[in-house]
Write a protein that binds this ligand. Structure first.
Ligand code: GLN
Length: 537
């Protein structure tokens, strides 16, 4: 039996400002190590006091990514999955609140009888246990610390990773600090001072970075590298310059070209892992960068319109489907609330699109607008992809179309008589406080001959869920009259999972979230089918 080596640990921290792409950096480092045949895992430690990402506002924090085992996590796990092509589990996402909750429960249960419970060692030990247990069975475990050096919530996390590295041994750990270098357009200079200060802050906590990843808006040159090296105490070979990229999938290649893969494997004594196989990745990036002359125009009907992060997995899934179908992709936000205004001319809004997507959502805001959008797509044979709430509004639209004017969802009106979408059994009366939903993977059986079955190439699938409401079975035998079909259900037939409109080029919606399993080089089948149909429309 080959004895597996002790796992190696790469800790990724951030300095200067947030939103620099620490997650992309962590995922990209994973990609270049995986290309060397190493077994790589990734984990995000979030110092926020929340217990999980389920109750965080997506407009502020971006999408809530759901793992196959039902954890509601930070969107960085989506990057890890897309770059590493590996399904993460709940152990890959840890927020402060979860650790603190357990610690306080332990204290109440008398586990620390007589002892003072302290940040060091109790909290820091608990953090280290999460790291160690998630790394089991892997060659390399990448741990990203959320936020930036200096955040009020983070000192315990920095202390935990410092202690961790001294206990497992320096040769098994490395620290990567991602920093930002601002550009002064007046003097046409890239400035390193904020990065120097952030690195000094990190050192003051006993952590000396081995690798500095410098993000810039414009390309930096060798003198920037030399200066960073001199003032931050990191060897020049350990400085990666990362200007804004055309596509995030280019980052692993940029790191590899700068010798970072070799630098990491040397530092971690990962001998015998020379084979670099980034060819397939390179081919994918080359294809992404091709600019097809024809493009599909997609309207995304949503209530959060400020940034793409809110629906990042949906966006990535749409893009990867466009890459596979060799067609350009242009999306436009459609404000669902604006559609509700009386007198809105839907044709004017939608005529410019080749297809529309209604992604998931919670709450009442904009739902009526989404129902209008679904109804427009249904009646005008406009390709439609509905994701979770997108299925629910599709069913309501079809019911109203067929004359059931009061058809609605329990989320809009809990007392309505025609709740064609209702709360699932066993969940009545629970509020949106996290953990009360159908979460994670559930099996689904697709009807032979349906569009969905053809796209998947199978009738047995499993996809990720995150919702509280379901199609109300009392109305299911009316679907055909309404012009739709439940073509996917739970294996026992009790829960509707996929609907399709009858006699429509593409009106497909799922109760699950297909976007989470899409990969840049392997679009999820429903997205693939949707884009293909938009291309032909
Ligand atoms: N709000 C709906 C529900 O709870 C849909 C959820 C979603 O789109 N993720 O069922």
């Amino acid at each position: 039996m080959i004895k597996r080596q002790q796992p190696k640990y790469i800790f990724v921290t951030g300095g200067v400002l947030s939103g620099l792409g620490k997650g992309i950096t962590a995922a990209s480092i994973g990609t270049i190590l995986k290309a060397r045949g190493l077994k790589v895992n990734a984990q995000k430690l979030d110092p926020y006091l929340n217990v999980d990402a389920g109750t965080l506002n997506p407009a502020e924090h971006g999408e809530c990514f759901v793992t196959k085992d039902g954890a509601e996590t930070d969107l960085d796990l989506g990057h890890y999955e897309r770059f590493l092509d590996t399904e993460m589990t709940k152990s890959s996402s840890v927020m402060s609140g979860r650790i603190l909750l357990k610690l306080i429960e332990d204290e109440r249960n008398g586990k620390f009888l007589g002892k003072t419970v302290q940040v060091v060692p109790h909290l820091t030990n608990a953090i280290q246990q999460y790291i160690a247990s998630a790394s089991k069975g892997y060659d390399v475990h990448i741990v990203e610390i959320g936020g930036t050096v200096g955040d009020y919530e983070s000192p315990a996390f920095f202390e935990a990773i410092r202690e961790f590295s001294s206990s497992v041994g320096e040769e098994h750990c490395m620290f990567v600090q991602v920093v930002y270098l601002p550009y002064l357009s007046t003097s046409k200079e890239i400035k390193t001072k904020p990065a120097q200060n952030a690195t000094r802050d990190l050192r003051s906590m006993g952590i000396v970075p081995d690798l500095l990843v410098a993000r810039t808006e414009v390309p930096a040159n060798g003198s920037t590298r030399a200066k960073l090296s001199a003032f931050c105490g990191v060897p020049e070979k350990g400085i990666a310059l990362l200007p804004n990229a055309d596509t995030v999938y280019e980052v692993p290649l940029t790191l590899e070209h700068q010798g970072i893969g070799a630098y990491i494997t040397n530092k971690l004594h990962l001998r015998g892992h020379k084979a670099k196989d980034l060819k397939a990745w390179q081919t994918m990036v080359d294809q992404i960068k091709e600019k097809p002359s024809q493009k599909v125009k997609i309207g995304v009907v949503a209530k959060y319109l400020d940034n793409e992060d809110t629906y990042i997995s949906v966006m990535e899934a749409l893009k990867s489907a466009a890459w596979k179908n060799k067609i350009g992709f242009e999306f436009t936000w459609v404000d669902s609330e604006a559609l509700e205004k009386p007198g809105t001319n839907l044709k004017n809004v939608f005529k410019k699109f080749d297809g529309i997507v209604v992604p998931g959502g919670f709450g009442t805001r904009g739902v009526e607008g989404k129902i209008k959008a679904a109804r427009y797509a249904l009646n005008n044979k406009l390709p439609y992809l509905g994701l979770c709430l997108g299925l629910q509004v599709g069913v309501i639209a079809a019911a109203r179309n067929a004359g059931l004017q009061q058809a609605t969802t329990v989320e809009l009106d809990a007392q309505a008589t025609d709740r064609v979408i209702d709360v699932m059994q066993g969940q009545e009366g629970k509020e949106n406080t996290g953990g009360t939903m159908r979460l994670g993977n559930y099996p689904c059986v697709l009807q032979k001959g349906s569009k969905a079955a053809k796209l998947y190439g199978t009738t047995k699938i499993e996809e990720r869920h995150r919702h509280r409401c379901e199609c109300n079975n009392d109305y299911r035998d009316m679907y055909e009259k309404w012009g739709i079909k439940a073509v996917g259900t739970s294996p026992d037939g009790t829960l509707v999972e996929v609907i399709e409109a009858i006699d429509h080029p593409f009106f497909v919606a799922s109760q699950f979230h297909p976007e989470f399993t899409s990969r840049p080089n392997r679009p999820q089948p429903l997205f693939d089918g949707f884009i293909a149909s938009c291309k032909n429309s």
